[in-house]
Write a protein that binds this ligand. Structure first.
Ligand SMILES: [Fe+2]
Ligand SMILES: [Fe+2]
Length: 269
């Protein structure tokens, strides 16, 4: 069977996330014979909010094929031009038409065309976006002519919405992975029609944190309900999580999905 192995990593948060990613990506690629890498970069900026052109280049330089994102992609205004001019960084496809960037792209992997779609959820999310289910359906109708190897990063809060979209698209895509909660879930599986699924990939960042941020500040917000400024946790140990999906290139169906967790207590920033 001709197959491809794709590593998908959850939100990379700030300097801790970028550092653990850079330290381990080549080893992972060799150990697991990984053919392609997709990472969510919406929190890669030093302050954990948004992403810069320099950081997209950093990921690309380290062998990332596509950087996906989510609600935080808009935090750094300098990325707007990059989003318009390059398609290796995606923003969710279901934002209103006219916003910078695209939510779908393709790249070549071992002579095969691989497509990536980025979508954002609507449950417990502030933004009022188009229906991710219908947006996916429309995009897949166009993509079907081009390739069967299709991955979706569904950036969403609620597991029900993620599971719903996963089941809705079962058999039409190779894999659907959730992002945004920064917490790795243990529900990875392959649905009956061959689509690999996990509710959330987790993140790369400080292990003893909340979403990669200093936890005491977030606890204060719960206690007081006052607005707070999030600060990236820079104390180790650090963690990086995601999944490795193996797919049959002939059918586009997944044959294996495996969680990947790297914990490193030997990084000084
Ligand atoms: Fe995030
Ligand atoms: Fe997010």
């Amino acid at each position: 069977m001709d197959q491809i192995k794709v590593l998908l990593l959850g939100d990379i948060v700030g300097v801790p996330g970028c550092t653990i990613f850079q330290k381990h990506i080549d080893r992972l690629r060799n150990e697991h014979t990984i053919d392609a890498v997709i990472v969510n970069g919406e929190n890669a900026a030093t302050d954990g909010l948004g992403i810069t052109q320099k950081l997209v280049r950093f990921f690309r330089h380290n062998g990332v094929d596509v950087v996906t994102s989510g609600n935080h992609v808009w935090n750094k205004k300098e990325i707007y031009d990059y989003l318009n001019e390059h398609h290796d960084l995606l923003r969710p496809a279901n934002y209103p038409s006219g916003v910078p960037g695209v939510g779908i792209t393709t790249f070549k992997c071992k002579e095969h065309l691989v497509a990536v779609i980025n979508l954002q959820g609507r449950v417990f999310m502030r933004e009022n976006l188009d229906c991710p289910f219908r947006t996916a359906q429309t995009l897949l109708t166009i993509l079907k002519e081009q390739t069967k190897l299709i991955f979706i990063d569904f950036h969403a809060e609620a597991t029900a919405e993620k599971l719903g979209l996963g089941y809705f698209l079962d058999g039409q895509i190779t894999g659907m992975v959730g992002t945004h909660t920064h917490v790795l879930t243990a529900d990875e599986c392959i649905f009956s029609q061959g689509t690999a699924y996990i509710s959330d990939l987790g993140m790369a960042g400080a292990l003893n944190s909340m979403i990669g941020m200093k936890k005491n500040i977030l606890i204060q917000r719960f206690l007081t309900q006052l607005p707070v400024r999030f600060v990236v946790e820079t104390e180790g140990p650090f963690i990086m999580t995601g999944v490795l999906i193996t797919a049959d290139t002939r059918t586009g169906k997944a044959t294996e999905i495996k969680r990947i967790t790297v914990v490193d207590d030997d990084i000084t920033l």
